[in-house]
Ligand binder design. Structure first.
Ligand SMILES: Cc1cc2nc3c(=O)[nH]c(=O)nc-3n(C[C@H](O)[C@H](O)[C@H](O)COP(=O)(O)O)c2cc1C
Length: 394
């Protein structure tokens, strides 16, 4: 069986809910099939989803950040994607404890993180982030800088000029070049959840009247220019993932693409510009994206572009999705208990080739050894995610 490292097929089968001999017989891709593609060689299909921690004072990732990621590499994660890490724009960040990748101290800090992950046999990508108009004016390391986005949203926010757009594109490209130079295995552009890149994608936040707006092609222009600028700096043998989402922090039910045709208009220019992996951010991986097909958003991204795709959303967890989890943290509300969930339907979809990689967020935040325990069928010892996990994120 290609790449399977379960301790026994029976314990693995029990955990993932397969009670017959399919696991033993199957040649299909499973979580522990190595991944070769898009410039990456990974030991398995499990990716740590990016999760903001705000534990890098002055924007500098220190020893505890290095230890946090190294623990997940030691636990067997195929690829770690770091927390959102801000690029060199004055208003990119809302919090001076969010790491950046442009100050000399931060770059050195990240080098130490990368070296630690590599020493533990892992791979790591950095997620490149500009919060755009989601940054509260007056916050972050440069509070006097006005928040910037495609269109102004009132006082202290600013519609970016052409030269500011060019500077932001340059800052993404510079960050990617730095990432490659210090040994990151990939970069991921944070193009999801209603932050700067997504603000350009989305009609509700992009009310410009120039060529960065209007049709889907116009709204995709900013992101395609970022991808091309990154490619000019890092070449074509380096992995560039793009994370995108239909939902926004501002509006969970919003949709960039209402049909597969609209999704095609969004993704094909990005693929042509040089994206190597599409990371489709959904809250529940099992939800079909459009009617008349069971494919989820990652499945559609793969079908449309032919490129590797990554899924995410409540993998290994039953209970509230992560937005309810975050909301509960901020409001002390209870949305129900989290419990470990069967991976059965995930494995069927992975085995059918719907997507290639699976990103796991809260389950890996709660238990750095989640991957190893899944591999070994040691499900009883998995530490289940709880609300309190977010306070620590160790
Ligand atoms: C504490 C926390 C911080 C997060 N920070 C980020 C982030 O920096 N960038 C990002 O793209 N997504 C972020 N997310 C979303 C996760 O990457 C992931 O998509 C989400 O948690 C769903 O996966 P899960 O159900 O396995 O937790 C965050 C989620 C959590 C719980």
């Amino acid at each position: 069986m290609n790449g399977v490292r379960w301790r026994t097929a029976d314990t693995a089968a029990k955990f993932i809910g397969i009670t017959d001999s399919r696991l033993r017989m199957s040649e299909k891709t499973n979580l522990f099939t190595p991944f070769h593609g898009a410039g990456l060689e990974l030991a398995n299909r499990i990716v740590m989803a990016p999760m903001t921690r705000r534990k890098s004072p002055g924007g500098v990732p220190g020893e505890d950040v290095a230890a946090y990621y190294r623990r997940r590499a030691e636990g067997g994660v195929g690829l770690i994607i770091t927390e959102g890490t801000t690029i060199g724009r004055p208003a990119a960040s809302s919090d001076e404890a969010i790491p950046n990748i442009h100050s000399p101290e931060s770059i050195l800090g990240w080098k130490h993180v990368v070296d630690g992950v590599h020493a533990a046999g892992g791979k790591i990508a950095v997620q490149l982030w500009h919060m755009g108009l989601r940054r509260e004016p007056g916050t972050g390391p440069e509070p006097s800088a006005p928040s910037e986005g495609p269109s102004s949203e009132g006082a202290h926010s600013h519609a970016m000029t052409d030269s500011e757009i060019a500077d932001a594109i340059e800052a993404f490209a510079q960050a990617a070049q730095t990432a490659r130079a210090i040994g990151f295995n990939a970069v991921e552009i944070h193009g999801a959840h209603g932050y700067l890149v997504d603000q350009f994608f989305w009609e509700a936040t992009n009310r410009r009247t120039d060529s960065y707006a209007g049709s889907i092609a116009g709204r995709t222009r900013f992101a395609t220019e970022i991808v091309k600028a990154i490619r000019n700096r890092v070449g074509y043998d380096f992995t560039v993932s793009l994370r995108f989402s239909q939902w926004k922090v501002q509006d969970y039910s919003s949709r960039l693409a209402r049909t597969p045709g609209e999704l095609e208009q969004l993704l094909i220019p990005l693929a042509d510009a040089g994206v190597s992996i599409f990371h489709a951010s959904t809250r529940r991986f099992w939800e079909p994206e459009f009617t008349d097909s069971s494919l989820n958003l990652a499945g559609w991204a793969k079908k449309i572009t032919g490129l590797p795709a990554m899924t995410v959303g409540s993998i290994g967890l039953e209970g509230p999705d992560f937005l309810h989890t975050l909301h509960a943290r901020d409001t002390d509300r209870q949305y129900g208990q989290h419990q470990a969930a069967s991976l059965d339907s995930l494995l069927h979809r992975l085995g059918d080739g719907e997507f290639d990689l699976v990103a796991v967020g809260r389950a890996l935040a709660a238990d750095p050894n989640w991957v190893r325990k899944v591999r070994d069928g040691a499900q009883d010892s998995i530490v289940t995610f709880e609300q309190s996990t977010l306070a620590e994120l160790i």
